[in-house]
Write a protein that binds this ligand. Structure first.
Ligand code: AMP
Length: 394
């Protein structure tokens, strides 16, 4: 990587500001953390920093979406402090504000590597607008900045891009690892390289498909978004997910890609979005009143053949409604095909494909599961990620 990492900077005796991604899922009723993967993912960086004997470590993170006062109560970052303290094995001081004397005093008084967690960065309106004053203010609290919130590096916010504009900055281990895996797969892949894209919406992934068609040897499309491609091929798709306004671009991609693009040839369909009903297999046109909810056995076979011998695989988006067991087969079979690959670099984009791989028990059978759905997608689109661009070059 051409960006500095925490191994390249001096942090002993300094106040280190770290942007982490503690945007953890919580139980809607109790507010309890339901999955602490994101906190766990930050530990290598935080442990390393503690070993370097800094004066203090000040952590910034957003949690959820904050638009109203009610949202603030729902997305109080205090819930993270005890879990972080438990996992890190040190006391974590939570500061219940994002600006002002209480925060400034806490940072000034901190010593011996005291870990401070600042309240949700999105409590500040200027965060999402990358308000330069807010970035400068937060930067004034510390000596160096470490970017370790991979899930947020595609956003130019005050805490991701504003702070490093004022301080020496470096990537943490999580960002370094994500860039190493995804960067290598996208810019210097071992071949054959296969990309698999699924999920609900074509519109979310059109740019990724376009970019990956330039890079990959094969691009497999499945999931709800494949019905827009089926419509572009002239098929009827019943009540399946369809983005009519994307049919022309799907047509264009089919023409441009030739046999590089592998589309489903059959589907598991039902006459309702449910595990009950008239579930059957269908090839070609989907009849009126039926929707495709998973790819069928012939499509699975085609995908397995396309993956045979692959050395690099990037996967983003499930092949069907994997949350329902009846329609999880396509996604499970892709998991199995990836697990069976010898010696391949298999990378799972974040979001639902990461959830699927974990839920279906294949987490330790792939090379890398990204912690950032949006960030990994934008990286695969070939975009510059503002939170990465802001880190000092080596
Ligand atoms: P995305 O966030 O775009 O990756 O979409 C993930 C969601 O797509 C999951 O919740 C899946 O249940 C859903 N999905 C995948 N295939 C289908 C389908 N054929 N019909 C409806 N939803 C689907």
């Amino acid at each position: 990587m051409d960006k500095k990492t925490i191994k390249d900077i001096e942090v002993a005796g300094k106040t280190v500001l770290v942007r982490v991604d503690f945007n953890v899922p919580r139980n809607k009723e109790t507010g309890e953390i339901t999955n602490d993967n994101r906190i766990v993912a930050a530990l290598p960086t935080l442990k390393y920093l503690l070993e370097q004997k800094p004066k203090a470590i000040v952590l910034f993170s957003h949690l959820g979406k904050v638009k109203t006062e009610e949202d603030k109560a729902k997305n109080d970052l205090a819930v993270v402090a005890p879990r972080l303290s438990e996992l890190l094995g040190v006391d974590v001081k939570f500061v219940n504000c994002t600006k002002g004397p209480e925060l400034e005093e806490a940072v000034k008084a901190a010593d011996n590597g005291q870990v401070i967690l600042v309240q949700n960065t999105r409590y500040e309106k200027g965060e999402s607008k990358n308000d330069p004053e807010l970035g400068a203010y937060w930067a004034s609290l510390g000596d160096v900045f470490v970017e370790d919130a991979f899930g947020s590096v595609h956003r130019a916010h005050a805490s991701t891009a504003g702070i490093p504009a004022h301080l020496p900055s470096a990537a943490g281990f999580l960002v370094e690892k994500e860039i190493a895996y995804i960067g290598k797969a996208v810019s210097d892949p071992e071949r054959p390289m296969v990309a698999i894209l699924g999920g609900a919406k074509v519109s979310d992934k059109i740019l990724v498909i376009e970019n990956l068609l330039k890079i990959a040897d094969k691009v497999i499309v499945g999931g709800g978004m494949s019905y827009t491609f089926a419509a572009a091929q002239g098929h009827t798709v019943g009540t399946s997910l369809l983005e009519e306004d994307r049919i022309p671009v799907a047509k264009e991609l089919i023409e441009k890609a030739g046999d590089k693009l592998i589309l489903p040839v059959d589907a598991v369909i039902n006459n309702g979005f449910s595990e009950e009903g008239d579930i059957k297999l269908c090839e070609g046109d989907i009849p009126d009143g039926y929707m495709g909810l998973d790819i069928g056995p012939k499509s699975i076979e085609n995908i397995k053949n396309a993956l045979d011998g692959a050395k690099t695989v990037i996967w983003n988006g499930p092949m069907g409604v994997f949350e329902m067991e009846t329609f999880a087969k396509g996604t499970i079979e892709v998991c199995k095909a990836l697990a069976a690959l010898d010696d391949a670099n298999t990378i799972i984009g974040g979001g639902d494909s990461a959830a699927a791989v974990m839920q279906l028990g294949f987490a330790d059978k792939v090379s890398h599961i990204s912690t950032g759905g949006g960030a990994s997608l934008e990286y695969m689109e070939g975009k510059v990620l503002p939170g990465i661009a802001a880190i000092d070059d080596k």
